[in-house]
Design a protein around this ligand. Structure first.
Ligand SMILES: Nc1ncnc2c1ncn2[C@@H]1O[C@H](COP(=O)(O)OP(=O)(O)OP(=O)(O)O)[C@@H](O)[C@H]1O
Length: 238
């Protein structure tokens, strides 16, 4: 039986007169991978911040595993476009925040191995490439064994090849851990390839929801879905 992990019920968010999210109703099942795509300013990041509990709704409810969200979402972790590592701490200390606890350090080292950065545990962030820093950020996000992973354009600043490799790593780790995942991306292809469902967020609404291509290899179907989503985004932006 599937468990509903995230429920958005009549969610409204405004900044002053600017109504950013109008009346959002959406459910995400445990283990699902959802991509939010759409043009800048559509409200994607705002939606993610509400689910993370970093901001409050004006009205409506956010329910996490059956419980109304109040304050910060304790079972979710967010990964941003920039890695936000602490420059004065080594890579492993960025995961443990300098804790001397042996088990915690063990877990951090295992996660660094998982993101293929075991040999960089004692390095400082400034000696790492952008892609490596994002892998550290991913490992750090996993330290608390979250149930929900919120990805706010985490691959946006990477070069094309590094980005493809990171997409695969994210897909593998999410699948292994059965994480419920939301990805915000401007890259419709990325959103379609990684997700179970793709949501085009437009003018404060969830305008189009289509099946993504996670676990699928039918190139024609993938290309068709990408076209459909791109056409929708462009058509709506007149
Ligand atoms: N803290 C804030 N105060 C005032 N307005 C805000 C705030 N955060 C977001 N907004 C406004 O909310 C709207 C939606 O922003 P949001 O960042 O959610 O869009 P987005 O779809 O994620 O865009 P992008 O893809 O560029 O990140 C924009 O008009 C933005 O100016």
């Amino acid at each position: 039986m599937t468990e509903t992990k995230i429920q958005l019920q009549h969610v409204v968010k405004a900044y002053g007169d600017n109504v950013v999210l109008k009346d959002i109703n959406f459910e995400i099942q445990a283990g699902e991978f959802i991509s939010f795509v759409g043009q800048s300013g559509g409200g994607k990041t705002t939606l993610l911040r509400l689910i993370a509990g970093l901001e409050a709704t004006n009205s409506g409810d956010i329910i996490i595993a059956g419980q109304q969200l109040q304050g910060q979402n304790q079972v979710a972790r967010v990964m941003f476009q920039d890695a936000r590592l602490l420059p004065w701490m080594t890579v492993v200390d960025n995961l443990t925040f300098g804790s001397k606890d042996a088990q915690e350090k063990q877990r951090a080292l295992a996660l660094l191995e998982r993101v293929e950065l075991g040999e960089k545990a004692d390095a400082y962030p400034s000696s790492l490439s952008g892609g490596q820093q994002q892998r550290v950020a991913l490992a750090r996000a996993l330290m608390s064994d979250p149930e929900i992973l919120l990805l706010d354009e985490p691959l946006g600043a990477l070069d094309a090849l590094t980005r493809l490799k990171m997409q695969q790593l994210v897909a593998d780790i999410v699948a292994e851990s059965n994480l419920t995942t939301i990805l915000i991306t401007h890259d419709v292809r990325e959103g379609v390839l990684l997700a179970d469902r793709v949501v085009a967020v437009k003018d404060g609404d969830l305008g189009l929801i289509v099946a993504g291509q996670r676990h699928q290899t039918d190139r024609l179907a993938i290309d068709q879905t990408i076209d459909d989503v791109q056409n929708f985004i462009l058509a709506e932006s007149e």
